[in-house]
Design a protein around this ligand. Structure first.
Ligand SMILES: [Mn+2]
Length: 304
C-alpha cells in the first residue's frame, strides 16, 4: 500500500537553539536561545494549534573567533537541521549571532540534495532563501573590515569564504544566486554589494520597501523562491527598526516595523515548499522590557 506525501508528513515544528557567538565582536547573543527556550514559546505555538517541541540546544565545543571554531558549531547545526528536514518536519533555529546561518542552510541544502538524489529527480534539490537583514552579510575574510564571521554567512552559502565554512554538510555551493534575495538592507560596504551584484542576487533595500510597501516586496521574494525544492527565511533581528527590536547585536536605524513584518510573514508558510525559519542576533543584554524577546516568539508563531 502506498501512502500519500501528506500522510507521511510529520508536521511538527522543531525548535533548535544555536548559541553562536564567536562570529560577532559582542558575544552576548549566545544567551538568546536560553532566554527564548525559557519563554512561553511552546505554549504559544500550541495555542495556535501547532505541534512543537524544543529539540535541542547546541553550543560551540570550542570558543574561538577563527573559521574552524565557527565551523564546529555550524556543523552541529547543519546535522540537526538536515535530520529535521529529512523527517519532513519544519525547523525554527534560534541563534546566536548570524554566523549560525552557515550551519542552518547548509543542513537544509544537504537534506534537499539527498532527497533529490534518492528520488532520482530531474532537479538537483535546490534551496531557496529569503534573507531579512539590515546588512548584506556578504563579506569574505579578504574584504571584511572587522573579520567577524557574522558578516560573512551569505557569502559562504553562495560559495565564497573560508574553506572550512564552505564544506559543511557536503562539499560544494549551497545556494544559487537566483534562488536568494535580501530584504531590509540599509547598511553595507561596497565590496559585499559588488559580490552580490556580480552574482545577480536581488536586494530589496529599505528605500524600495518604503516606496512599494512590504507586501509587494514579499510577493516578489516569494516568486524568487517559488521554483526551489525547499525554501526558508533567515531573519536577522536588526532588519527590524530598533524602536521595535532594541535587543540586537548591531542596532541600525530606519528598519522595518515589527507589526508590518508580522502581518506579511504568514504568507510564507502557505507555500508547500516552505521548510523552516531562522531568527538570529537576539542580544538579551540590550533588550528593553523584553520587547525583543517577545518579538522573537511572535515571529516564530507567524511562521509556524
Ligand atoms: Mn545578519
Amino acid at each position: 500500500m502506498s501512502s500519500t506525501a501528506a500522510e507521511n508528513k510529520n508536521n511538527t515544528l522543531k525548535l533548535v537553539g544555536a548559541a553562536s557567538c564567536s562570529g560577532a565582536q559582542d558575544t552576548r547573543c549566545d544567551m538568546g536561545p536560553t532566554i527564548i527556550h525559557s519563554s512561553n514559546i511552546i505554549s504559544r505555538l500550541e495555542q495556535d494549534g501547532i505541534t512543537a517541541d524544543w529539540e535541542q540546544n547546541l553550543h560551540p565545543h570550542v570558543h574561538g573567533s577563527d573559521a574552524e571554531s565557527i565551523a564546529d558549531l555550524c556543523a552541529q547545526v547543519a546535522k540537526t537541521v538536515c535530520n529535521i528536514t529529512d523527517n519532513q518536519n519544519r525547523f525554527a533555529v534560534i541563534g546566536g549571532d548570524h554566523s549560525c546561518a552557515i550551519g542552518t542552510w547548509s543542513g537544509a541544502a544537504n537534506a534537499l540534495r539527498n532527497k533529490a538524489l534518492n528520488t532520482a529527480a530531474h532537479h538537483h534539490g535546490s534551496l531557496g532563501l529569503i534573507w531579512i537583514d539590515a546588512h548584506m552579510d556578504s563579506h569574505t575574510p579578504e574584504t571584511s573590515p572587522s573579520g567577524a564571521y557574522h558578516g560573512m554567512p551569505l557569502a559562504c552559502l553562495l560559495g565564497h569564504g573560508h574553506q572550512a565554512l564552505l564544506d559543511i554538510g557536503y562539499i560544494g555551493t549551497k545556494l544559487q544566486p537566483e534562488h536568494v534575495c535580501l530584504i531590509g538592507v540599509r547598511s553595507y560596504e561596497s565590496a559585499e554589494a559588488s559580490l552580490l551584484k556580480q552574482a545577480g542576487v536581488r536586494v530589496f533595500f529599505m528605500d524600495e520597501i518604503r516606496q512599494r510597501g512590504l507586501k509587494a516586496v514579499i510577493n516578489d521574494a516569494l516568486d524568487i523562491v517559488d521554483n526551489t525544492d525547499g525554501f526558508g527565511v533567515s531573519i536577522d533581528l536588526d532588519a527590524i527598526d530598533p524602536v521595535d527590536a532594541p535587543g540586537v547585536g548591531s542596532p541600525t536605524q530606519g528598519g522595518i516595523m515589527a507589526e508590518q513584518l508580522l502581518n506579511e510573514l504568514p504568507q510564507l508558510k502557505t507555500r508547500k515548499n516552505f521548510i523552516g525559519t531562522e531568527i538570529t542576533e537576539f542580544n538579551p543584554f540590550r533588550d528593553v522590557n523584553d520587547k525583543t524577546a517577545n518579538l522573537v516568539v511572535d515571529l516564530v508563531c507567524a511562521l509556524a
